[in-house]
Design a protein around this ligand. Structure first.
Ligand SMILES: [Zn+2]
Length: 141
């Protein structure tokens, strides 16, 4: 299992921009007080100005009341997509440390492109293109 690094805490500048976008109701649902950064079939991720990443998933308790997203891969993936739409969110992505290798699964692209699909985030690295832990010697080919 690869270790996905955590998102960085929200910065004052990012918080201010999130607050501004929520105030003008750009992609912020009335009753969430959060900015939607990623929407897909059956799931929505939104960021509050306090830096809390909320998720709402169909067929789960969070469908009614959004809950804090806890899955590290989903958190990274939602933020990767969010950065495409709101580049200022890049400040929340983890900084790549020296010595980390490109994800072997997606060759460092973060995308899992196949003949059938494109633009699908890599499951192994969450879309970052790298991860913290390298393969253990046990599962080397
Ligand atoms: Zn990958």
């Amino acid at each position: 299992m690869k270790t996905i690094p955590a998102l960085r805490p929200i910065t004052p500048a990012v918080a201010e921009e999130v607050r501004r976008l929520i105030a003008v109701k750009i992609r912020a649902p009335q009753d969430w007080d959060a900015l939607i950064i990623y929407e897909s079939i059956g799931m929505v991720f939104a960021l509050t100005a306090d830096g809390i990443l909320l998720e709402s998933m169909e067929d789960s308790p969070s469908a009614e009341v959004p809950m804090e997203a806890v899955d590290p891969r989903l958190r990274i993936g939602a933020m990767i997509v969010g950065v495409r739409r709101f580049p200022f969110l890049r400040a929340m992505l983890p900084e790549r440390q020296a010595g980390t290798k490109d994800c072997a699964e997606c060759h460092g692209t973060g995308d899992l492109n196949t003949e059938q699909l494109s633009g699908i985030l890599c499951i192994t690295c969450g879309g970052l293109g790298w991860h913290l832990e390298d393969e253990s010697p046990h599962d080397a080919p």
